[in-house]
Design a protein around this ligand. Structure first.
Ligand code: FDA
Length: 393
């Protein structure tokens, strides 16, 4: 390989491409390496195929990290409106599906095409299908041994992402490099991932597969009012994905199936005003019909409201307002959107993303111990950390 680049970026994903194009425009000779045959595969599959590419309300409070201040500087410098401006310059029409959450209209492809076009304009070279075998210090720079030969570079930026979806090229490579150079890696865990249930609850959820409703779910410090979805394996939907970032094995979820309603007061009032109405009808007016029917079957109390004692209404109020469910686990790396934990940021500069004391080695994006909530925050972190690092190269 004849080229001796100023910068090698490992990982042609969201953060790596953003860093590469920023450094390329600053006049650096940049080479991006990836072991996958195609770049940006997670971008393509993200947001249900429509890439939730940012969240206009992103702030440090949307991120989990042992060092909550670490993300502040980069998020402040390259904000959602900067990325939106880039997207609009490329003629991509954003669609706001929920407050602040911006998606592509039809497909994620235009976001990846935009990044690849910008890399091309910035003179960045991208080499795919290239295995990195070793990285070592070489004087003031770095030396890489790869399946395509030896490469000497001034600086190496590691942007290899997290562990989720190994079939899409995810590896723990970034963590291995960090450890090689004496950095700590905090415990990693699959997050933004559906919950699994076992035995009776698995059967019940499976029978309701496809049914969704708005809930309010609480687990430890996590508290989300979003839709929940029953699946063949358990519980999913934004409410459950968000909650998975707060959940530890053995924890119980408390689900309010009628958020914003005092179920007991409402039932007592309905019994007074419409005593001959079936309980199942009352439930079906507030919940998806299949779920309402299932609740009555599970708890065996069919009948009209007038037949329900205060005690029975209290029991219903608890079932609806505080459904307690203990997941057996999560679906794990196979379907998780992100990795909680990662490279400990205490040894990394929050301005340049260099390893303190070793400025020729940098880490950006999801490989770091910075993980966003659902809703476009993870991509915004990839863009912000990529730009901050790229500007400093
Ligand atoms: P990213 O994973 O994008 O890129 C890492 C790159 O490194 C890959 O190209 C990989 O092949 C390469 N690599 C790994 N190991 C290597 C090795 N050993 N050698 C060479 N190359 C290597 N976020 C969001 O904000 N909005 C959304 O809509 C979604 N949706 C979504 C859906 C699904 C199904 C998933 C799995 C994830 C999301 N996310 C998301 C999360 C988002 O995709 C993620 O946070 C970013 O892609 C992280 O960007 P990075 O560049 O850090 O890693």
């Amino acid at each position: 390989m004849p080229l001796n680049p100023d910068v090698v970026v490992i990982g042609a994903g969201a953060a790596g491409l953003m860093c590469a194009l920023t450094a390329g425009y600053a006049g650096r000779r940049v080479l991006v390496l990836d072991h996958a045959k195609k770049p940006g595969r997670k971008i393509l599959m993200s947001g249900g195929g429509r890439c939730n590419f940012t969240n206009m309300n992103t702030g440090p409070g949307n991120f989990f990290s042992n060092n909550p201040h670490f993300c502040i500087s980069a998020l402040k410098r390259y904000r959602p409106e900067h990325f939106l401006e880039l997207v609009e310059r490329h003629g991509i029409e954003p669609v706001e599906k929920a407050p602040g959450q911006l998606f592509c209209a039809d497909s994620s492809r235009p976001i990846l095409d935009m990044l690849l076009t910008e890399c091309d304009w910035a003179g960045v070279e991208i080499r795919l299908d290239t295995r990195i075998e070793r990285i070592e210090r070489q004087g003031e720079g770095m030396r890489l041994s790869t399946s395509a030969g030896r490469i000497d570079a001034g600086i190496v930026v590691v942007a290899t992402g997290g562990l989720s979806i190994p079939t899409m090229g995810a590896t723990g490579f970034g963590y291995e490099i960090a450890r090689q150079f004496g950095l700590q890696v905090t415990e990693t865990r699959a997050a933004l991932v559906p919950f699994t249930l076992t035995s009776l609850w698995k059967e019940r959820a499976s029978a309701l597969s496809g049914v969704a409703c708005q809930v309010e779910v609480t687990c430890n410090a996590g508290h989300y009012r979003e839709p929940m979805l029953f699946t063949h394996r358990g519980l999913s939907g934004p409410a459950m994905l968000q909650t998975s970032s707060h959940w530890q094995p053995g924890d119980e979820l408390i689900v309010d199936l009628l958020p914003g309603t005092d179920a007991y007061d409402s039932l007592v009032q309905a019994r007074h005003e419409t005593p001959r109405r079936q309980l199942s009808t009352w439930l079906a007016e507030r919940l998806p019909k299949r779920l309402a029917q299932a609740l009555v079957e599970w708890h065996g109390s069919e009948g009209i409201l007038a037949e329900q004692s205060n005690r029975e209404l209290e029991a219903w109020s608890e079932r609806l307002g505080q459904w307690r469910i203990k997941p057996a686990g999560t679906e794990g790396w196979r379907t998780a959107e992100v990795t909680l934990g990662g490279i400990d940021t205490s040894a990394i500069s929050s301005k340049t993303f260099e390893v303190k004391g070793l400025p020729q080695l940098r880490f950006i994006g999801e490989v770091l111990d910075v993980t966003g909530e659902l809703g476009g925050h993870n991509f915004q972190w990839a863009w912000s950390s990529g730009v901050a690092c790229g500007q400093s190269l």
